[in-house]
Design a protein around this ligand. Structure first.
Ligand SMILES: Cc1cc2nc3c(=O)[nH]c(=O)nc-3n(C[C@H](O)[C@H](O)[C@H](O)COP(=O)(O)OP(=O)(O)OC[C@H]3O[C@@H](n4cnc5c(N)ncnc54)[C@H](O)[C@@H]3O)c2cc1C
Length: 283
């Protein structure tokens, strides 16, 4: 692939100084499952960041902090992730590809590769997860949702994602994915979260949809529609109907826009029902 040198970065500073020294001809390498499929021809040096001390998961109040080089399988199995939102994030990891891939792929790699068909960005956008990154001058942070509105590929040519922070939520989330088989990528996916107020009405709602085939987005019109309403099967059906008019879908080699519109409504309805049961303890 034209690689001339391979470096094991001992820490974040070394990774960043190597990256800067290559002046665009170096690339950060984590699990490599994505990078191995296509590396820019100008890249001469690979900088392995899995040795930079970034892996790890810790509970943070009711939230969670996950180091960028933590593998997807380590998240799936960790007690901290299983204790966060009833294991929601750990369960999402179980939907990603296959075990050998999850043993290599990292959360940071998933955030930066940001495939429109991927499941992880959908969950991260719904959860309001915050990405933390560092370049040679400063440390920056932004919600993953906001990051994807910025030229993030250019940002990560000069910066290292160090951590993803997950906020505490008083409620429950559910994830749904439709794929041709368990190990395949999504034809459509969604993550929905709900919290209830003291009267049993919906205090907040989060609805994110991905693989439309565009990258994950929140549907704030559907979230607003649900807020202050009482949870019910009828409400999920109405939200699903609204979803059909709000969601931006397209055709690709995997599915038609028409199919995606119907499937999006069906999985959001199912996820809302599961999230509501999660809040009330009926799940
Ligand atoms: C066959 C296959 C099936 C898949 N199936 C699914 C699926 O079902 N659901 C799903 O959600 N995803 C899926 N994915 C996507 C997968 O989750 C990501 O490709 C993976 O997480 C990338 O992580 P990595 O550590 O291997 O990244 P790498 O390949 O090492 O890197 C990917 C990119 O991110 C950059 N990068 C990596 N770490 C950092 C960092 N810390 N800071 C800055 N830049 C960084 C690299 O320079 C590179 O540009 C699949 C991928 C493959 C190849």
């Amino acid at each position: 692939m034209g690689i001339k040198r391979f470096h094991y970065a001992r820490d974040v500073e070394e990774a960043l100084s190597l990256l800067a020294a290559y002046e665009g001809r170096g690339a950060l390498l984590a699990g490599g499952v994505d990078l191995a499929r296509g590396l820019a021809p100008e890249v001469e040096g690979l900088i392995d960041v899995t040795t930079a001390g970034l892996a790890g998961i810790s509970a943070d109040g009711g939230g969670l902090r996950v180091g960028a080089t933590t593998t997807l399988e380590a998240i799936r199995r960790s007690q901290e992730a299983q204790g966060y939102l009833g294991g929601f994030l750990a369960k999402v990891m179980g939907h990603v590809a296959t075990l050998p891939l999850r043993n290599m792929a990292t959360l940071g790699g998933a955030v930066v590769s940001a495939h429109p068909w991927a499941d992880i960005p959908t969950a991260l956008v719904a959860l309001g997860a915050e990405a933390v990154w560092q370049n040679e001058e400063l440390t920056e942070k932004a919600s993953v949702e906001e990051l994807y509105r910025r030229p993030f590929r250019a940002i990560f040519r000069r910066a290292l994602l160090t951590e993803v922070r997950f906020p505490a939520w008083d409620g429950a989330f559910a994830f749904e994915k439709v794929a041709r088989n368990a190990g395949d990528i999504a034809l459509i996916n969604c993550a929905c979260g709900l919290g209830l107020d003291g009267e049993g009405k919906i205090a907040w709602a989060r609805v994110a949809i991905g693989a439309t085939p565009h990258r994950a987005k929140r549907l704030t019109a559907v979230e607003d529609f649900l807020t202050d309403e009482a949870p019910s099967e009828e409400l999920w059906a109405e939200a699903a109907h609204k979803m059909k008019t709000e969601v931006e879908v397209g055709d690709d080699m995997r599915a038609s826009a028409e199919w995606r519109r119907s499937a999006a409504a069906a999985i959001v309805r199912r996820a809302l029902d599961r999230a509501a049961k999660g809040v009330t303890g009926d799940a």
